[in-house]
Design a protein around this ligand. Structure first.
Ligand code: ZN
Ligand code: ZN
Length: 107
């Protein structure tokens, strides 16, 4: 006689996740959270952003150092993340060239 009263209890109990959703916020807590819900995931970086796009831009620019825009001046190594910065850069550092570029392309 084998007292097999210990049935195999390998059945994992069904997750009771539904109850979690039932725990609604009571609304009594102060709403001190700002709306910058997208936190940078890079270690040591505490930046938060309101929009996912901003976060992505931040990661690209700050952490991955992606700088897709390059100064059109061949000898110049300037790169940046935003196209508008190129214009600023050229206006500042290659003003003469910029003027000729604009004249050449638009006139
Ligand atoms: Zn970051
Ligand atoms: Zn340049």
């Amino acid at each position: 006689m084998v007292g097999n009263d210990q049935d195999q209890e390998s059945n994992v109990p069904v997750a009771q996740t539904e109850q979690v959703e039932a725990a609604k916020e009571s609304g009594t807590e102060e709403r001190i959270q700002d709306d910058r819900k997208y936190a940078c995931t890079w270690e040591g970086c505490a930046k938060r952003f309101k929009q996912l796009g901003h976060l992505k831009d931040h990661i690209k620019a700050v952490h991955e150092k992606v700088k897709p825009h390059k100064c059109p001046v061949v000898q110049c190594d300037y790169r940046c993340t935003q196209r508008s910065n190129i214009k600023k850069h050229v206006l500042t550092h290659h003003k003469e060239l910029w003027v000729s570029l604009v004249k050449g392309e638009l006139m």
